[in-house]
Design a protein around this ligand. Structure first.
Ligand code: ZN
Length: 657
């Protein structure tokens, strides 16, 4: 590990808080030091208050801020004397502490100060840097962790045995640190937790941090516990998509809400799940206790969800029985799964949650692998981890959780998603919290949306192999399928029956109808496994109830598609799958319609373009957005009791009404 300090960059910051921002970001941008909100930093500054009196203010990382991207506003200004006084109290609950610290701030609108604020206050240095550095945690989480830290750092660091972060830890540090620190002290190691360094200028505190971590890395390397060779692995066989979807259904049932199940079968993941000692090393616990909130204490090894839930519940009951507080159990579904066939999988209510669990567990796998090469990985006892998982401040957060978007944790698939109605349907599902798989022949389908919840795949839906490959990719990425929007279609140029080109007729039926019959056959099992019941929305056409001359192929294909949807509704109702049809008309904001074409058509009827667009009973313009919203709503709870329905979306058409 090397210092990222750069004189030119640092020169842009002229005051202490500015430099605090700069080196906090240096720490934050290295995932081997800080992951997802972990770690915190502070600086003590003397400032005049409104009365002209000078006060010492502790600027400490505020909660909700990430060190990698923190700004000045991300630091909470806390009066140092108030924080120090709290450290003298014999006991204080963490919610009382949070309240006291908020009321000790000089800026009411600042974020809540870190739970490690009092600890920072207790260290008599201007700049204090704290990380959960992988290399240090690897050593402290090995069988002879403390002895190795002593051997490595000598008396340059003060060692603090593990206690729960928050007031208890601050209190312990306030006791031990002054007694043990001396002029040569450059840092403090919290066993099973992380590293502190400090100094009277920003660069010194930061570079001491890097230096100590670098020494830990070199120590591991010298012990043959840094570069671990990857063993020969068995051939990688992708899991069957139906098995993944079935597992996701079980996980969702255990969680009480739909979850994403993301599979990873890269070399690191496969090497880890293939370890012969997996059942031992992966059942010790997390590398640092705060990880429990993202990964749960233990991963699930294998696929027995019921057994995992039973174990989790039993351990919670046992723990809660000994707790003085009235604890509410969080959902008992695993967040990390290690399975020989499926690889390393992460689970989350949102994809972001699953991605955070992935990041954290990738570091955990590395830490476990290295600590095992040292002399054995050793995590904290289960009770210490439960203390953090069921910490009063975390329990309070649970009570404040906002209601998630309606399709949170669900996955939709839209054919023809690169433009027009298909794109609008994908957007409406994304806006409601779903992940969306967009299929299209358009080359830029992957870039249709920048959201990480969107997977755009180039796919000719008449090609069975291409559709299988797309479904495999989708299920490996998200875990299953809940909603399908049948949209892709072509509209050939107007031709009377007598002049019909049979090859074109067949092509229209192939894409608009037969490809979707094939798709439905392939997704039935996946939709049946949807935790909240599968849903299909078919984009029909006003031409179904009210055809016009010159569009035989299009009208016939959409009519047959509608009939197919009605039969599907009958056949799949018993599987909890709803199938409904939207009949849009005159949706002009699609790639099909140019301004030129609109002018010509409008002129044919003796209308202006605007009159032509609103040529319906309500006199409204029908947009692809309106169709997308309707498609999403048909998938939502309002229509939970509706299947086989056909909904006109045409502004009112006299022939249809
Ligand atoms: Zn910490």
């Amino acid at each position: 590990m090397q210092s990222l300090w750069n004189d030119q960059d640092a020169a842009q910051y002229t005051d202490d808080l500015g430099l605090r921002v700069y080196t906090s970001r240096l720490l934050g941008q290295d995932p081997a030091l800080v992951l997802h909100g972990g770690g915190n930093t502070s600086v003590k500054v003397r400032e005049p208050n409104l009365f002209g009196e000078e006060e010492e203010i502790l600027y400490i990382k505020g909660s909700g801020w990430d060190l990698a991207t923190i700004e000045r506003a991300g630091f909470a200004p806390v009066r140092q004397t108030a924080a120090l006084r709290l450290a003298q109290l014999p006991t204080l609950s963490d919610s009382q502490m949070a309240n006291e610290l908020r009321t000790a701030m000089t800026l009411a609108a600042a974020p809540s100060p870190s739970v490690e604020t009092i600890l920072h206050a207790a260290l008599p240095f201007k700049f204090v840097d704290h990380s959960h550095a992988d290399a240090v945690v690897t050593i402290t989480n090995s069988t002879h962790g403390r002895a190795r830290i002593e051997e490595l750092y000598g008396d340059r660091v003060v060692i603090i045995p593990y206690v729960m972060p928050g007031f208890k830890l601050a209190r312990l540090v306030a006791e031990i640190f002054p007694a043990e620190a001396h002029a040569g002290t450059v840092g403090m190691v919290l066993l099973n937790h992380g590293l502190f360094t400090f100094g009277d200028d920003a660069r010194l505190a930061y570079e001491r941090h890097i230096e100590l971590v670098n020494e830990a890395e070199s120590y591991l390397a010298a012990q043959g516990a840094w570069q671990i060779p990857v063993p020969a692995l068995p051939a990688d066989v992708p899991p069957a998509r139906q098995e993944l979807a079935d597992l996701r259904r079980e996980l969702s049932a255990a969680a009480g809400f739909p979850v994403f199940l993301v599979t990873h079968r890269d070399e690191q993941a496969r090497a880890f799940v293939n370890r012969s000692d997996l059942a031992t090393v992966a059942q010790q616990g997390p590398a640092t206790p705060d990880h429990v909130l993202r990964t749960k204490r233990l991963p699930m090894i294998g696929r027995d969800v019921a057994a995992y839930v039973a174990d989790y519940t039993a351990q919670f009951d046992d723990y809660a029985g000994r707790s003085a507080d009235d604890l509410v159990m969080v959902d008992p579904a695993p967040r990390v799964i290690l399975d020989l066939a499926f690889g390393f999988c992460t689970v989350g209510r949102t994809l972001k949650d699953a991605a955070i669990a992935e990041d954290i567990y990738r570091h955990t796998m590395e830490i476990i692998t290295r600590a095992s090469a040292l002399d054995g990985y050793k995590a904290l006892p289960a009770d210490d981890i439960f203390d953090v998982e069921y910490w009063e401040l975390e329990q309070a957060k649970l009570r404040r959780q906002p209601k998630p978007a309606v399709f949170t944790g669900e996955i939709g698939l839209v054919t023809g998603a690169a433009s027009g109605i298909g794109k609008a349907c994908a957007q409406a599902l994304l806006e409601r919290g779903a992940a969306v798989v967009g299929l299209d022949v358009a080359p830029d389908i992957a870039k249709t949306f920048t959201s990480k919840n969107f997977l755009g795949l180039r796919c000719d839906i008449t090609d069975a192999d291409a559709v299988d490959a797309a479904l495999d990719a989708a299920v490996q990425r998200f875990g299953g399928l809940d909603m399908v929007v049948i949209n892709a279609g072509i509209f050939p140029s107007s031709k009377r029956i007598a002049d019909l080109d049979l090859a074109e007729w067949r092509r229209v039926l192939d894409i608009n109808l037969t490809a979707h019959v094939m798709l439905l056959g392939k997704v039935h099992g996946l939709l049946k496994a949807a935790p909240g019941g599968g849903r299909v929305v078919t984009i029909g056409s006003k031409n179904v109830p009210a055809p016009g001359p010159g569009a035989a192929a299009y009208s016939a294909s959409k009519s047959a598609l509608t009939q197919m949807a009605r039969v599907t509704a009958l056949e799949w109702g018993g599987d909890g799958i709803r199938v409904n049809v939207i009949h849009p008309n005159a949706v002009f904001d699609t790639a099909l319609w140019t301004e030129e074409l609109l002018r010509t058509r409008a002129a044919n009827y003796g209308l202006t373009v605007d009159e032509y667009k609103r040529n319906n009973v309500l006199g409204v313009e029908v947009t692809s957005r309106a169709v997308g919203e309707m498609a999403a709503e048909l998938c939502g709870p309002t229509f939970a009791c509706t299947t086989g329905a056909q909904v006109p979306l045409d502004g009112g058409n006299e022939r249809v009404i």
